[in-house]
Design a protein around this ligand. Structure first.
Ligand SMILES: *Cc1c(COP(=O)(O)O)cnc(C)c1O
Length: 372
């Protein structure tokens, strides 16, 4: 349903996703401080990690001075061009034959991942800028080591190509101790040194936390902008904050006797007489069954456990105990946000922070806190 038609409905008839644009702008500024000698692009693929590219990208462009954006594919890029007419937009998936005119018409920059794509852009790119992507160990996209050697030994393929950026991507940036980080760093140092004067970029959010050696000329944060912790071994930097809240409502409060089951499959049975609250968020909202019997929500100043299986449209929590005695139908409850952070929800469920974030569904009533 278009968001406009929802505004005439009572706001409490569904769960709410509140997205704090000033917090995203602040996180971007915090990243600029963490990588003080580098520029910072914003990764806004997958609808800005589910937070809404139409709102997030203009806020970063106008309020934070972010000039460079990366999306995954051409469709995302054309949409982003509409929202940020003056930004530099890079397309990570690269260039397919037959798509060149879309890139040139919309002034999009392909991230060139192979010799074939390079030839296509050379022939049809009208001298417009592109990025070159070198695979230094993740074995995903980009010039392979052999193709890289070939390219660097024969400079002619690079003639008449307008290269605005050389980049690579880390495989294990979330794990500071992984030796692949240093290997990729050394490999990328050598490659980027053969492009003097052309900006180089290696670090995603995790790479930013690996330290200044990894920052080069431009960092490419995604998760950090949205308040996630990209490191398995480092705490979240103090000035990175959650940027969104999912708040549901309690539909019903009920008493269950000792031994009774709650929800499909009766996977949780009351250890004693219990008070159960039913919340209006389920897996169809993106609150997945990985949270069955392990999720925590936040209510009345404390964490409260999910009991039983998450249903399509609702879930159950155990609110037994004096701390919850005043809880009643209609009360608001946090599913994710300031208290149940991405990092915490990921620890509880073993689902990655990225999947929790990008899994947030359109079904919520969306509210954007404006920058001004
Ligand atoms: C998604 C992506 C990023 C951003 O990663 P985060 O971990 O979210 O910061 C950076 N670079 C490339 C090539 C990506 O695909």
């Amino acid at each position: 349903m278009p968001r406009e038609t929802m505004t005439s409905l009572p706001v409490d008839c569904q769960a709410t996703l509140t997205i704090d644009l000033p917090a995203i702008v602040d996180n971007y500024r915090a990243v600029r401080k963490l990588a003080a000698n580098a520029d910072a692009a914003a990764m806004v693929k997958a609808d800005a990690y589910g937070m809404g590219i139409a709102e997030v990208a203009p806020a970063l462009f106008h309020e934070a001075g972010c000039a460079n954006f990366f999306v995954a594919n051409l469709a995302e890029a054309v949409e982003l061009r509409h929202h940020t007419p003056d930004a530099c937009i890079y397309v990570l998936n690269g260039l397919f034959a037959g798509h060149e005119a879309y890139f040139t018409d919309h002034k999009l920059r392909p991230v060139i991942n192979s010799p074939e794509q390079l030839a296509l852009w050379k022939a049809n790119g009208q001298g417009l800028p592109c990025a070159l992507h070198f695979d230094t160990g993740i074995n995903r996209l980009g010039f392979s080591p052999d193709e890289t050697a070939q390219l660097l030994n024969h400079a002619s393929p690079l003639k008449e190509v307008n290269i605005a950026l050389v980049m690579s991507h880390l495989a294990c940036a979330d794990d500071k101790g992984n030796s692949l980080n240093k290997q990729q760093l050394e490999t990328f140092r050598k490659i980027s040194a053969t492009f003097p004067g052309i900006p180089a970029s290696l670090a995603n959010s995790g790479g930013i936390l690996l330290g200044p050696d990894y920052h080069f000329d431009m960092v490419r944060p995604g998760l950090l902008l949205f308040g996630g912790n990209p490191s398995l071994n480092a705490p979240l930097p103090a000035d990175i904050h959650p940027v969104f809240t999912i708040s549901g409502r309690i539909l019903q409060v009920r008493e269950v006797r000792e031994g009774m089951g709650v929800g499909y499959g009766s996977t949780w049975n009351a250890p004693h007489r219990s008070r159960i609250a039913i919340v209006n968020v389920g897996y169809a909202d993106g609150y997945l069954q990985v949270f069955n019997n392990v999720g925590h929500l936040y209510l009345a100043g404390r964490e409260v456990p999910v009991v039983g299986r998450v249903s399509m449209d609702m879930l159950a929590i155990d609110i037994t105990g004096p701390g919850f005695s005043t809880v009643s139908e209609g009360d608001e409850i946090e599913l994710l946000g300031q208290h149940i952070t991405l990092e915490k929800a990921s620890e509880l469920s073993n689902l990655s922070q990225y999947e929790i974030l990008t899994g947030v569904r359109e079904r919520y009533h969306r509210v954007y806190i404006p920058v001004k």
